[in-house]
Design a binder for this molecule. Sequence first.
Ligand SMILES: Cc1ncc(COP(=O)(O)O)c(C=O)c1O
Length: 405
Amino acid sequence: MPGFEFFGKEEIKEVNDVLETGILMRYGFDGPRKGIWKARELEDAVCQNFGCKHAQLVSSGTAALTTAMCALGIGYGDEVILPSFTFVASFEAVLSVGAIPVFVDVDDTLTLNPDAVRNAVTKKTKCIMPVHMCGSMADMDALQAICKEHHLVLLEDACQSIGGTYKGKKLGTIGDAGTFSFDFVKTITCAEGGVVMTNREDVYIASDGYTDHGHDHKGVDRGADLHPFIGYNFRISELHAAVGLAQIKKLDTFLSIQKKNHAALKCMLSTIPEISFRRIPDETGDSCTFLSWFLPTEEVTRAVVAEMKAKGILAGNFYWYDNNWHYICKWDHLKNSVTLNGLHPDLKAAVMHHASKDFSASDAVMSCCVSTAISLLWTDEQLKTKGEQMLTVIKKILNEQKISI
Ligand SMILES: Cc1ncc(COP(=O)(O)O)c(C=O)c1O
């Protein structure tokens, strides 16, 4: 996810605006900042670009998830349903508010299987958190229906799918709240940063206060702010927001290059009938940061991955099934509930229980899946070479494994 690939004079200019005033903090110092409010400007740009009423910038995508959960009133004893394939930050945020992460299987969309979600709903369920992994989306109609039926909150972890859409709506703006990450490897980057998006004023006001020690931000004198609730410091700096401001202006360009390169690579891989592709609930809404493809069996997939490594072409191809950060298989720290702070024994037991369930349906999907990251910098020639090298490896393995091509 390539914001950093297109980094240049625009980012330098925005950062220099801040450095020239010397006001690196997003709040206060109204006089010396000489009208430079980069965080505010970026929040406005987020609302404009993604079509949400409110945006609260924060210091990371993880902070955005934690903030959104607090603002949505999720906490002690609540269950949050989330997918077995995500980034560790998703469950870290659930634990940070004292709630219980309830993992359920993913399907060939690489996101929440709505049937598995339905089966996991209990009296304690408070929130469903789809994670729009690798640029594309969960089946939002199905998930919204479950939320409506059971009066649940819908929180979208859209950290990996900036610019993706579902039936015309931007991912991250469909649920009660949604989040993006602007870390260094996201579609647009601030170096570190994130945002909570919402159309609910109550969620926005809570997010705004929570991320700045509970300040109510009602007056011009920061020292006189009241604290209607206890908060934290998840503020973004003006320097980080400045970088994001330059990046968001380039988002449409990033997306159109991604889509073009994605389509070209998909066209090449489609020539092998044994390859199938990730199911996308709304094809036109794929942000195309990755091309995710499946091989017929785990054995073939592992052999292809090993051969790509041997041929030096594995870089940029991700076999998530073996990945320490993204798939539940390898989350031993979670399965053993190893935390530095003490957890209530009931929470500890619940975490271990839910992380150690049977995920064979997810395993069946993830063990046959490879995701190829789409670069903005590929020339047509490089893309063609990459595709051809991949085809050679895949055909060789299919042939060796006596699977017809
Ligand atoms: C799905 C998902 N959620 C949350 C995050 C956390 O974002 P950050 O790195 O900005 O804390 C990430 C980052 O990789 C992510 O991929």
